[in-house]
Design a binder for this molecule. Structure first.
Ligand code: V47
Ligand code: SF4
Length: 360
């Protein structure tokens, strides 16, 4: 019989927990016990060190052919608020980021109906021309699939072209929730969970690292969350190419999915989800709290619930804030260092590939 005691024994022995055990934890209300287990699992990997990075997000366009029901960011080209940044503006933002000490540019955007593949290559080259030292983490698996369609290249060829133009790694977006039933309701136009995983496998085979996310707090059940993490754990066993798992707390404002005023996640759910992820995903080195969606305070408390990574200075964020995120647009390096220190942890600035740059 599964119990908290039997799971604790496994975690103490460094053993992998089962899907049923993860589900048991999700269904438990003993948040502090789950947090303690997650902290144990994390401390074995990372001690008291917490990673963060200095980065800038650039969302080159919000014009998108898809209409995911959880998304408040996307527009059709003729809708108010639709935008497309030109290459000069993208170069200016990268230059500004470089001067502010950024080591990473994080780029994701809508699936624009008219941009040619060459635009994406030029965007990467433009940023690399600002500084070859800037790491470009860009394009979700969903965008890679779209770029392979517009370029009429295979996924492997698309990745090779992008890599040649300066792509350094991939962010973890577009995973949403892998359950076919929920995905059909949420984002029927988007590639399937199976395709997302297949593309990530090719990404890893191409020698590129990537991240992995899970959007939670909408229509999915706890079992759907465990199913999602199981598929990530299995792929990670095969490739080892995921650097970090990032649960994304659904922000309901201005989305077609805003069912009622209670939509969205609770602090308890946020902490439990991060903690269960730390315990279950034993082959992921890092669990990241994305403070933009969680708010700074929950992100800080999560450092006692198994989290060892915080993203980042960000600078300008649209996807969460268009959907009502209450967090600020940016945190400075000093803000993040103070947040980590006040949690009694050691701040470590990293680069995108988790090389350590500076311990504070
Ligand atoms: O794929 C869209 C999500 C993702 C909403 O890899 C929403 O380091 C909450 O993936 N509420 C893009 N989430 C962002 C993303 C990300 C962010 C930070 C770091 C990394 C990384 C990746 O945002 C989308 C989608 O899952 N999203 N709308 C919303 N209303
Ligand atoms: Fe488009 Fe991405 Fe928003 Fe879906 S989540 S509508 S693919 S921008």
């Amino acid at each position: 019989m599964i119990s908290l005691a039997s799971i604790t024994e496994k975690v103490r022995a460094g053993e992998r927990i089962s899907d049923d055990e993860a589900l048991f934890l999700f269904n438990s209300n003993d948040l502090l016990a789950i947090g303690e287990l997650a902290a144990l699992a994390n401390e074995a990997k990372n001690g008291s060190r917490v990673f963060f990075n200095v980065n800038r997000h650039i969302n080159h366009t919000n014009i998108c052919v898809n209409r995911c029901k959880f998304c408040a960011f996307s527009r059709t080209a003729d809708e108010p608020g639709a935008y497309l940044l030109d290459l000069q503006e993208i170069g200016n933002r990268a230059t500004e980021a470089l001067h502010q000490g950024a080591t990473e540019i994080h780029i994701v955007g809508g699936l624009h109906p008219d941009l040619p593949f060459e635009f994406y290559l030029e965007m990467l080259r433009t940023i690399k021309a600002v500084s070859p030292t800037l790491h470009i983490k860009a394009f979700t698996a969903v965008e890679i699939d779209y770029l392979s369609q517009i370029s009429a290249l295979s996924i492997a060829e698309t990745l090779a072209e992008l890599k040649g133009a300066g792509l350094g790694s991939l962010p973890g977006g577009g995973a949403e929730i892998f359950s076919e039933k929920i995905r059909d309701e949420l984002c029927p136009e988007k590639i399937s969970g199976r395709k997302w995983l297949a593309i990530m496998e090719e990404v890893h085979e191409a020698g590129l690292k990537s991240n992995a996310t899970m959007l939670y707090g909408h229509l999915e059940s706890f079992a759907d969350r465990v199913d999602h993490m199981r598929q990530l754990r299995e792929l990670q066993d095969r490739t080892g190419g995921f650097q970090v798992f990032i649960p994304l707390a659904f922000q309901p404002e201005n989305t077609p999915l805003k069912l009622d005023k209670k939509a969205g996640t609770s602090g308890v759910d946020d902490l439990k989800t991060l903690a269960v992820a730390r315990i279950y995903l034993d082959n992921f080195a890092n669990i990241k709290a994305y403070w933009v969606m969680l708010g700074e305070k929950i992100a800080q408390v999560s450092l006692a619930f198994g989290v060892n990574d915080l993203d980042g200075t960000v600078v300008e964020e649209k996807i969460g804030h268009d959907a009502g995120a209450a967090s600020p647009q940016t945190m400075s390096r000093d803000d993040i260092v103070a947040l980590i220190r006040k949690a009694g942890r050691t701040p470590v600035e990293r680069d995108t590939l988790y090389n350590e740059l500076h311990t504070y």
